[in-house]
Design a binder for this molecule. Structure first.
Ligand code: SF4
Ligand code: SF4
Length: 461
């Protein structure tokens, strides 16, 4: 295979020194078939539920719905109210630690395969390749003067880009109870329209225009990943010992003392972030493995073993040390313990969300009132919250160690609308001779979904 014709514009060098492209040039990565390219396509499917989610119904209503107006969050059978938002903290903790654990074991595998930025960029560049052709053609088109053909190609590409971005923005809003009809019949509020445009323009800008620059100088994760990896972390790595000294080579040719890298630069040509992995690890690498596919295909063509660039650890590459079992790696143990704790708390919370909440406020000013018949009256405010998505019928009763404690009226058949808090005022009276210091009053709230008990005190002179 002759190397003379290969020219790679993604290779940024100043003399011998490789420099990071900080947006001066657009990276037009070549697309090559391969094992990791296929994995990338399959991994991108994790985003399919995002587009399907708003259309899934459960018990006659949208299965995943963030109802901001009613301050209710529906997740299939579970309805979460702001009082239970502590669970969101657990979800965020779980996801953050999962990311850290994944980084320790597999480097930035999240960035390479699952992150919405890289996934959307991959789709946008696929659209670009459809309209503008190969990376070479795209570069030529960029430099060519504006004529009708260039305008037609560019307008078509940007329209499809914006359609994808708009679909992303609208899909996001569907989770908040907005419907497609709202956009067409003019009933969408200004807030809805503003957020939709904000998300759409964001997707269009980040995935279409900024691409790898978002990963390089906006995403904070790229900067902190170094704190999570260790010498056992598996990442795409160039086998320096096998590849160097590199040099051009034709098929079937053998040059004594030359390494296996034939300096074809295909690994750089396919890199979506414009990294030359032969220069060692650096923060632009999103560990997508596409350079492995490229190099493997080159090695096959020149009749050398695959794996000159491969997923491996520093320890394996430099010292030929095998990977340690995960349970022997302190970072993995710590991350796993936190993950397990967060998951357990979350699972417990999800399955134990009370259908109602009860708070009792004892009347303070005054604490009690002496009535004309000599009895003592206390006032209580019972705040009952219905945390279900249906109206709730409740009965209120009480029990106490105070003899002859009486309520001024019955409290049954009270309806509390879904998601509402209702204050129920209860006046209890008893004679001083029947009251002891340590007497308690216990209120009971009964509904068809649950029974709650809360204790309070009875104040007397
Ligand atoms: S590492 Fe592989 S793909 Fe990259 S220049 Fe060398 S031979 Fe080519
Ligand atoms: S260097 Fe290789 S693994 Fe890293 S981003 Fe580029 S193509 Fe992906």
């Amino acid at each position: 295979m002759s190397q003379k014709s290969i020219q790679v514009d993604n290779l940024y060098t100043e003399g011998e020194q490789w420099v990071q492209n900080l947006g001066e040039k657009t990276v037009h990565a070549k697309r090559m078939k391969g094992k990791f390219r296929l994995v990338k396509w399959i991994a991108m499917l994790v985003w399919m539920p995002f587009f399907i989610g708003p259309y899934v119904t459960w018990n006659g209503q949208q299965a995943i719905l963030f109802d901001i107006e009613k301050r209710q969050y529906h997740l299939f059978d579970i309805t979460i109210f702001p009082q239970d938002l502590w669970m969101l903290t657990m979800v965020l903790l779980f996801l953050a630690i999962l990311l850290a654990a994944m980084t320790t074991v597999l480097g930035r595998v999240f960035c390479g395969y699952f992150c919405f930025q890289t996934v959307w960029t991959d789709i946008f560049t696929k659209v670009e390749a459809y309209f503008e052709g190969t990376p070479d053609k795209r570069r030529k088109l960029e430099k060519s003067p504006w004529d009708l053909t260039k305008i037609r190609i560019k307008v078509s590409k940007h329209l499809v880009w914006f359609a994808i971005a708009l679909l992303s923005g609208i899909t996001w809003m569907l989770y908040f109870g907005v419907s497609w009809a709202d956009y067409f019949d003019g009933s969408a509020s200004n807030t809805t329209l503003s957020i939709t445009m904000f998300i759409s323009i964001g997707a269009y800008t980040f995935a279409g225009h900024m691409r790898e620059q978002t990963c390089l100088w906006i995403c904070p994760y790229a900067r902190i990943q170094g704190a999570m990896v260790d010498k056992q972390t598996i990442m795409p790595t160039y086998d320096y010992y096998r590849g160097e000294p590199r040099g051009k080579l034709n098929k079937g040719e053998y040059i004594e003392g030359q390494g296996d890298c034939i300096e074809c630069s295909q690994c750089v040509a396919v890199c979506p972030t414009g990294v030359d992995i032969r220069k060692g690890q650096e923060y632009g690498c999103i560990t997508c493995g596409l350079c492995i596919d490229a190099c493997d295909s080159v090695m096959t063509k020149v009749g050398k073993p695959k794996g000159l660039i491969r997923y491996t650890s520093f320890d394996e590459m430099k010292f030929n040390k095998p990977l340690k079992a995960l349970y022997k790696r302190p970072r993995v143990i710590v991350y796993s313990a936190i993950l397990l704790t967060a998951l357990s708390i979350l699972t417990y919370g999800m399955f134990n969300i009370a259908p109602m909440e009860l708070n009792i406020l004892h009347g303070r000013t005054p604490l009690y009132v002496q009535l004309s018949d000599g009895s003592i009256r206390n006032k209580y405010e019972l705040k009952v919250m219905n945390k279900t998505d249906q109206p709730m019928l409740i009965d209120v009763s009480f029990k106490s160690t105070i003899k002859h404690l009486k309520s001024q009226k019955g409290h049954s058949g009270i309806v509390i609308p879904s998601g509402n808090v209702k204050s129920i005022y209860i006046y209890l009276k008893a004679f001083e001779r029947d009251i002891d210091d340590d007497d308690q009053v216990v209120f009971l709230i009964k509904s068809n979904r649950a029974t709650l008990e809360r204790a309070s005190f009875f104040a007397s002179p």
